[in-house]
Design a binder for this molecule. Sequence first.
Ligand SMILES: CC(=O)N[C@H](C=O)[C@@H](O)[C@H](O)[C@H](O)COP(=O)(O)O
Length: 245
Amino acid sequence: MDVANELLSKLENGLIVSCQALEGEPLHSPFIMAKMAKAAEMGGAVAIRANGYDDIVAIKKEVNLPVIGLVKKKYEGYAPYITPTIEEVEQVVKAGAEIVAVDATKSIKPGGFTTEVFLREIKRRYPYILVMADISTYEEGVKAAEIGFDLVSTTLSGYTEYSQHGDDPDFELVERLAKAIKVPLIAEGRIWEPRQALEALEKGAYAVVVGTAITRPQEITKRFVEFIKNNKGVNKTCKSKTASF
Ligand SMILES: CC(=O)N[C@H](C=O)[C@@H](O)[C@H](O)[C@H](O)COP(=O)(O)O
């Protein structure tokens, strides 16, 4: 088995934990993200997805798992923000990630590059690194596989203007793409429950990425608080109704 296939085989049917805290979030710190990654490793994660040079370096020191690295950066006038230029790719490679995740939507990247030209440049400079396509639609996923991405992930479904928006994971996209492409299809985005992770795998995903539901405590807390707020009294009403029958 070659190096790339050996790496991919480690991900098969597994849980990849995304450990990201952006500037302004309470856990924004390479130290904390490395500990999050360690906890994910202890829990059985097969890989870590991480944002930014410092976080990736700290995580690589702390855990013995493959890392999917990215750098989120917004360029004025351009939509792509996940590793949108070769400069960010270089940071991910230098930090030691085995896989780089980049925007692979139809949107033009800073400098005027299409996804195809961008991928060609990444492969020319770093032939040994695997490249994950973060896509938002079926068409983008099919194209990404065709032009030579090593993996395709549904990361951006619901995050481009033209893709399907919703609160749940985009299972339909997972199922359709998994059938259509020959490279591994990763299910990513809004997976909150273990049963949803399983459903994605059953619909053909090669592996599943979970972020917020595991590593963003402010969002996890909010979910509990809102659920309580919206449902308080519901059971009581039912009980008293039953009692009065
Ligand atoms: C859309 C976007 O920018 N997604 C980012 C990609 O790296 C992360 O903010 C997400 O946390 C990650 O995709 C995992 O998804 P979720 O946190 O929903 O499990």
